[in-house]
Design a protein around this ligand. Structure first.
Ligand code: ISC
Length: 455
């Protein structure tokens, strides 16, 4: 069994001060790799830089190994934080399944990797906070306090970029699909046959789209634009050691958040487009709420999430099914909350829930087998859990959809759809194109872009 590797070991020293922070994009550009960003509708925006400790793991025990490495790291913390959100956290994610990072563009992404940032800038409701973390035998309070003073000064000297225009979108020179329309039709028909044959109840099949960029990819500006357009989504960005590429996105799907014994999660599945007018939007939403295929596809997710939480919970309750409206699509959404029956670590819940049938399928083993046999690319961290963990075992995780891996001149986008017995290949193809839009819109540079055609 491979053990989680920690490049640094406790003790952990962490100091925080309140700062006047520059705008997010200016701070992001000024900080060094590996950089991490995390932000959720009910959470502070955190920007991490460097690694005071890196926890990595692979294989079937990767969730447990990260949990135990994080417990070791946080075990002997000497932490002074001015506010809850600025306390040290490790940020990172997991591969969708074992072996999912064996191939392009995932070469630099381990199957599980969490980083305690050396420098953590937190934009919270009660102000901006700068945290410096150190871990390992050489971690010393004096050195951390000196570094905090130096980083505060450095932050104050960052040009806030207010005189400069945000860098433009890079434009797309060329795109390549992993899956032709003919191959897609054949795959969907084969999956639907399996579902009708009782072998499978649901499977989520995905595609990837590789885009050669016409100009340099402006990561900070892209993250800032996504934040403006998707304020209700979880936004995330992870650079592997040394930087050079980044996995990022804006996902509407929370996997799980745990604070104390209170769990919040979402069932999100079943999709339609946006209308041209408010009344068309409303009509589409109503049709989605009543559509038997989408309701079935959604119910499988909501029921499974509830069932998976039950063994941990004193109570589980689900809200009404509703429509979640995003900039490019509308989804069926059921919010689910639970109270745990005992203290648990958030990664126990992550492991139990992933992959939900919103990104895997049912039964899970058969769905994963179908995904392996069908998809001609590796999912890597796409559709997998990304988020953070703190010293108390609290944390928040999102499902990394509406995402891409980007290097300065290339981006690979991912999108998938849930298939049930009456799924139609062409409608599902169109849905995939809609799900590329959040990232594609940030890559295309108006008219001069080649864009992603229909076939
Ligand atoms: C797998 C994806 O979306 C999932 C989440 C919401 C709705 C979905 C659907 O309607 O098919 C998918 O289950 C994706 O965006 O790549």
């Amino acid at each position: 069994m491979e053990r989680a590797r920690s490049t640094s070991v406790p003790p952990l020293v962490s100091r925080t001060t309140e700062v006047d922070a520059p705008p997010f994009a200016a701070a992001f550009d000024a900080l060094s790799a590996p950089r991490t960003t995390w932000s959720a509708p009910d959470d502070a925006l955190v920007l991490g830089s460097g690694a005071a400790a890196t926890l990595a793991a692979s294989g079937p025990d990767r969730f447990a190994e990260i949990r135990s490495a994080a417990a070791d790291l946080f075990d002997s913390g000497d932490v002074h934080a001015g506010t809850e959100a600025a306390r040290p956290r490790v940020f990172g994610g997991f591969a969708f399944h074992e072996g999912a990072c064996d191939g392009d563009p995932w070469g630099t992404f381990p199957e599980a990797r969490f980083v305690l940032p050396r420098v953590q800038l937190t934009f919270a409701e009660n102000g901006a906070w700068l945290t410096v973390n150190a871990a390992g035998p050489d971690a010393a309070v004096d050195a951390v306090e000196d570094r905090l003073a130096a980083e505060t000064e450095r932050l104050a000297g960052i040009d806030d970029g207010s005189d400069a225009d945000a860098p433009p979108r890079p434009g797309i020179a060329e795109t390549r699909r992993t899956t032709s329309r003919a191959a897609w039709r054949a795959s969907v028909e084969a999956a639907v046959d399996r579902i009708r044959g009782d072998d499978l109840r649901k499977v989520v099949l995905a595609q990837a789209l590789e885009a050669d960029l016409a100009g340099e990819f402006p990561l900070a500006a892209t993250l800032e634009r996504l934040a403006g357009k998707y304020p209700d989504c979880h936004r995330y960005c992870f650079e592997p050691d040394g930087g050079g590429s980044a996995f990022f996105g804006a996902t509407p799907e929370r996997l799980v958040s745990l604070r104390g014994r209170t769990v919040e999660t979402d069932a999100l599945a079943g999709t339609t487009g946006r209308g041209e007018t408010p009344s068309e939007d409303e009509w589409l939403a109503q049709e989605l709420l009543e559509d038997a295929k989408n309701v079935h596809e959604h119910r499988l997710v909501a029921d499974t999430v509830r069932e998976q939480l039950e063994p941990f919970a004193a109570s589980v309750s689900a809200g009404d099914r509703r429509v979640r409206r995003l900039a490019t699509v509308q989804h069926l959404h059921t919010p689910i909350t639970a109270e745990l029956d005992a203290d648990r670590h958030v990664l126990e819940l992550v492991e139990a829930l992933h992959p939900t049938p919103a990104v895997g399928g049912l039964p899970p083993d058969r769905a994963l087998e179908t995904i392996h046999e069908t998809e001609p690319f590796e999912r890597g961290w796409y559709a997998a859990p990304v988020g953070w963990i703190d010293a108390a075992g609290n944390g928040a995780f999102a499902v990394a959809i509406r995402s891409a891996v980007a290097t300065p001149r290339r981006a690979t986008l991912f999108a998938g759809v849930g298939l049930v017995a009456d799924s139609d290949p062409d409608r599902e193809w169109d849905e995939i194109q809609l799900k590329y839009r959040p990232i594609l819109d940030e890559l295309e540079a108006g008219d001069e872009s080649a864009g992603a055609g229909d076939d």
